[in-house]
Ligand binder design. Structure first.
Ligand code: ADP
Ligand code: MG
Length: 362
């Protein structure tokens, strides 16, 4: 295991004759953190990743490792990095041969190699498969081998380009959470490219969202998901745009925020008069019958609402609710939805805690 290095990009540019151009002002990943590079297909994620990984040369700009500019000619820098791609690109032979390959190239002695290969296979859950021919592996197993092949090199920066995208949804979900927990035990710095925001949420500390060759949004995963900066990002993430409001009063760590004609209690101590963006995670919104007395008396926000629209999503229903001109989303199980007899236009009460409300400066 080796300590991660801070990875940074400054003014990176790369254009193709096809008309695409990448232009990334600054991007930084702190040592040991995981950044998700999230964006639709064609937004430039792979291009940026291969520039960060020194696999391609930028037209302009700099990549820095622990603050020092590096290029593809820097052998030490290249040796500090390893990558995993959507396709595993395995070589003919056994699992162990594949995992040992990079160590062999680096001149690591056989005994040391075997020890590190065994150790790494155990970490990725393939302890008993060293001797298996890679031709007999399932898609998920092949990706584990690809991850092992990268991890065995003890990289200080690990780059993953949609490592699980070719797997079926169920396996993909399981492996995402497994890979994420393997990576959390390591100290390396990780950049994980994906077009799937659920996957990004499972693996990342921070997220950079890309659109048309640019980073349009950057921040801690939970903040970007709950308070996206702009309409495009909100639509891409499938979340509601935050509400615009103003702090009305603030004392003892509690604020009252005016949003349209309603007032929302939130935790915080921003100056009265501050313009803010507010969001309430849909899963924190409790639905009540119009005159129901809430059992959860500690929840500070009890408001009247009308159902605006209903969007079935598997086992749950996603509702858009109208509260005095503002719109918020709520998620409810199908069972509760049916028990409450909800339909478009239904009137109901909503309840949410002040601690559930996300607020930031507009
Ligand atoms: P993503 O990984 O987000 O899907 P890419 O970085 O692969 O996006 O590609 C971004 C754009 O650049 C696409 O329009 C793609 O067709 C184009 N592109 C990528 N690589 C090359 C290349 N080597 N030559 C020409 N165009 C390229
Ligand atoms: Mg790509």
């Amino acid at each position: 295991m080796s300590a991660g290095m801070a990875l940074e990009a400054r003014d990176l540019r790369r254009s193709f004759r096809t008309g695409f151009s990448l232009d990334v002002g600054t991007l930084s990943v702190a040592a040991g953190k995981t950044l998700a590079l999230l964006g639709p297909s064609g937004s430039g994620k792979s291009t940026l990743l291969s520039l960060l990984g020194l696999l391609e040369r930028p037209d302009a700009g700099t990549v820095l490792l622990d603050g020092a500019p590096v290029t593809a000619r820097d052998r030490t820098a290249r040796l500090a990095m390893a990558a995993v791609f959507q396709r595993p690109y395995l070589i003919k032979g056994t699992v162990a041969t594949n995992v040992a390959y990079g160590l062999k190239l680096r001149g690591v002695a056989a005994a040391e190699r075997d020890r590190r290969v065994q150790d790494t296979l155990a970490r990725v859950g393939l302890a008993n498969m060293a001797k298996r021919s890679v031709a007999t592996l399932s898609g998920g197993e092949a990706q584990r081998v690809a991850l092992a092949r990268a991890l065995v090199l003890a990289p200080r920066v690990l780059l993953l380009d949609e490592p699980l995208s070719s797997l079926d949804p169920l396996l993909k979900r399981r492996l995402t959470s497994e890979f994420a927990s393997i990576l959390r035990q390591e100290e390396m710095t990780v950049v994980w490219v994906t077009h799937d925001h659920d996957e990004a949420a499972m693996v990342a500390d921070d997220v950079a969202i890309m659109n048309e060759g640019r980073i349009v949004c950057f921040g801690p995963m939970s903040q970007v998901m709950s308070l996206p900066d702009d309409d495009w990002t909100a639509r891409f993430l499938g979340v509601e745009m935050p509400l615009s409001g103003r702090v009305l009063s603030s004392s003892d760590g509690m604020m009252s925020i005016g949003v349209g004609q309603i007032e929302i209690a939130a935790v915080g101590d921003m100056e009265p008069g501050s313009a803010v963006l507010v969001s309430i995670p849909p899963e924190d919104v409790i639905l009540l019958a119009p005159d129901e007395v809430p059992f959860l008396s500690s929840a500070r926000n009890r408001l009247d609402a009308t159902v605006d629209s209903i969007d079935p999503r598997g086992a749950t229903m996603r509702l858009t609710l109208q509260l005095g001109g503002a719109h918020i989303a709520a998620t409810v199980s199908r069972t509760s939805f049916e028990e409450m007899g909800l339909a478009e236009g239904s009137r109901l009460g909503v309840l949410f805690k002040a601690t559930a409300v996300r607020v930031r400066q507009a």
